[in-house]
Design a protein around this ligand. Structure first.
Ligand code: OGA
Ligand code: MN
Length: 202
C-alpha cells in the first residue's frame, strides 16, 4: 500500500458519493508527487506527445475544438514512477469504492490533459452512447498557485439547478457519477493541467 493522504479521505469520499453523487477533496496526494505529475505532463506536452482530444469513440471519434480544446495522452503502467504511484493510489480508491458500493468497478483508465489558455470543454456527460462502462469520473488537478481570476473551473450541474464551480488547483480531486452529472470546463487565462480518468465496470 502506498501511504497517501487519499486513504484517510476514503470515508468522506464514500459518504459524499452515496449522499450526493459527487465529492471534492483537497491535498489528496503528497505535494511532491503532484509536482512530479505536473512536470511529467508538461514534459509530454513539450515533446509533442499530447494530441488534440476527440469527441465520441471508435468510428465516431472526431476532433472538434468547438466542443473541447484540450490535448491528451493516456497514462499507462510502467511509463514513469510518479505515473505508477498515481495509478496505484487510484486503484486503492477503486477497491474501496467496490467494497462500499458493490459497483463492480473493474479498472481505471486515465489521461493527462492540457488545456491551453482559452480552451474549454462544453457541457457534457462522461458516458458514450454505445458504451456504459464509465461509472465514476475522477479528475485530479496539477496547477500550482491557481486563483479564481484565472478561470478554468470545472462546473458541475447538480440536481435542482445548482451549479458548483471547482478550481483546478494542485492537489484537488473531484469524483462524480459519470452518467449523472453534466459538467463543463470553463476557459482559463493560463495553461490548465489535469489527469482525468474513469472507473469502469464490466
Ligand atoms: C473530461 C472532463 C474535466 C476537467 O475530460 O471529460 O470533463 O476538469 N474534464 O478537466
Ligand atoms: Mn467530462
Amino acid at each position: 500500500m502506498t501511504d497517501t493522504p487519499l486513504q484517510r479521505l476514503l470515508p468522506q469520499i464514500i459518504d459524499d458519493l452515496a449522499g450526493q453523487g459527487w465529492s471534492r477533496q483537497i491535498h489528496v496526494l503528497p505535494e511532491t508527487l503532484t509536482h512530479e505529475l505536473a512536470a511529467e505532463c508538461r514534459k509530454r506536452a513539450r515533446e509533442g506527445a499530447l494530441t488534440p482530444a476527440g469527441v465520441g469513440r471508435g468510428q465516431g471519434l472526431a476532433v472538434r475544438e468547438g466542443i473541447r480544446g484540450d490535448s491528451i495522452q493516456w497514462l499507462e503502467h510502467g511509463q514513469s514512477a510518479p505515473g505508477d504511484r498515481y495509478l496505484q493510489a487510484l486503484d486503492e480508491l477503486r477497491q474501496a469504492l467496490n467494497q462500499a458500493f458493490f459497483l463492480g468497478l473493474e479498472d481505471f483508465e486515465c489521461h493527462f490533459a492540457c488545456y491551453p489558455p482559452g480552451a474549454f470543454y462544453q457541457k457534457h456527460l462522461d458516458r458514450f452512447r454505445d458504451d456504459d462502462r464509465r461509472t465514476v469520473s475522477a479528475v485530479y488537478y496539477l496547477n500550482e498557485d491557481w486563483r479564481a481570476e484565472h478561470g478554468g473551473a470545472l462546473r458541475l450541474y447538480l440536481p435542482d439547478e445548482a451549479e458548483l464551480d471547482v478550481l483546478p488547483a494542485a492537489g484537488t480531486l473531484v469524483l462524480f457519477m459519470s452518467a449523472e452529472l453534466p459538467h463543463e470546463v470553463l476557459p482559463a487565462s493560463r495553461e490548465r493541467l489535469s489527469i482525468t480518468g474513469w472507473f469502469r465496470r464490466r
